[in-house]
Design a binder for this molecule. Structure first.
Ligand code: NAD
Length: 330
């Protein structure tokens, strides 16, 4: 069966079942850092809701998980307003879907792409005034994040002073290296505590701590890859942005590559699908971005995702559940 086998009324009933289910899973994942289902299960149900809402746009509700950046804001921390929202990423699960996305952009906005690894951590934002770190926050719900400045200051890869006195907001990923993750879970297991499901949840749980000392012990690291506004930078490309962030003192991921066409994008995917296990940090896919920053700006974003980037997600690891048949019944 497929979505076409459902009437519109049945599709609406299914959407009404999917939304609270996804919201409950999202709550466990984002607020408790303790997912109750595997990502592949969440992703399939989410894709199902997207399919229904794409076919019947009038069924979209503003509170749908498809219309909101996941994650909420704990009252344990002060709130930080993101003047420029922190977005999620659209995702695809096959090279064919990725080619559709890339070709659609190529038709409208000729240019090159920057391929980057999709680091399995959580998004953070760092504000610098005259080159000095003044505030660090989580993505939260995209509009409002949590002030975790003190915790972020314990992470050695985050500079408190830039090499130039820029006033700039830099964004990227905070992650827990694989070795630290294994060590942490071993220790927690020995102490009879619950273990973290994956490095991303471990990183999120470690960053959102009231006791800064705990964060400091967790051996977190960062890769920065974005800015809220590129005006203060000299470069006007995504690949140049990564280089300039490195010059400013940030740790950036060196494994990015400019691609000129889909063949080059596919070669990049193949290479990192192979090398994935050898990396010292987790990746759950690759991100393809339009390389020109002015074109990125002109393409803009939906309420949830930028139009100039997409994530290609790796197939779930062997241990994870593979849901072969999507249920299109209500
Ligand atoms: P996402 O994590 O799939 O993608 C967006 C994020 O990718 C960005 O916010 C950024 O933090 C990150 N990222 C890493 N490297 C990047 C790079 N080079 N460039 C740009 N961004 C990069 O999206 P999301 O909305 O944060 O979360 C959805 C994911 O969370 C899904 O994979 C889903 O499976 C999982 N999830 C799972 C459950 C569950 O119950 N298991 C519940 C909710 C969400």
């Amino acid at each position: 069966p497929s979505l076409d086998s459902l009437t519109k009324a049945e599709a609406e009933t299914l959407a009404k079942q999917l939304r609270p289910q996804l919201r409950a899973w999202g709550e466990a994942y984002y607020s408790e850092d303790a997912p109750t289902v595997e990502d592949s299960v969440y992703d399939q149900k989410y894709a199902q809701l997207v399919a229904i809402e794409t076919k019947y746009p009038d069924l979209i509700t503003p509170d749908s998980p498809t219309q909101n950046v996941g994650g909420n804001v704990s009252t344990d921390f002060s709130k930080v307003t993101h003047d420029i929202p922190m977005l999620s990423l659209g995702d695809v699960f096959s090279k064919e879907e990725l080619a559709d996305f890339v070709n659609h952009i190529t038709e409208n906005e000729a240019g090159t792409y920057n391929c980057e690894l999709k680091i399995d951590g959580l998004a953070i934002s760092l504000r610098y005034v005259d080159g000095k770190l003044v505030q660090g926050s989580t993505r939260g719900n995209g509009q409002i994040g949590e002030d975790i400045t003190a915790n972020l200051k314990t992470i050695p890869s985050i500079p408190t002073q830039l090499s130039r006195p820029l006033t700039i907001e830099v964004r990227g990923e905070c992650y827990m290296p694989k070795a630290s993750f294994i060590e942490l879970n071993k220790k927690r297991d020995a102490e009879g505590k619950s273990v973290f499901a994956n490095p991303r949840n471990a990183a999120a749980g470690s960053l959102r701590q009231l006791n800064t000392k705990i964060t400091a012990e967790r051996k977190l690291s960062t890769f920065m890859y974005n800015v809220a506004d590129y005006e203060p930078l000299n470069t006007r490309t995504q690949s140049g942005l990564i280089d300039e962030l490195a010059e400013l003192g940030f740790t950036t991921n060196p494994n990015y590559r400019v691609a000129h066409n889909m063949d080059e994008v596919n070669a990049y995917i193949d290479e990192y699908t192979q090398q994935r296990d050898d990396l010292s940090y987790g990746i759950d896919g690759i991100v393809v971005k339009v390389n020109s920053l002015p074109v990125q700006r002109s393409m803009g974003a939906t309420v949830k995702v930028p139009r100039w980037a997409i994530a290609y997600k790796f197939p779930p690891e062997e241990a994870a559940t593979i849901v072969h048949d999507i249920e299109w019944t209500v």
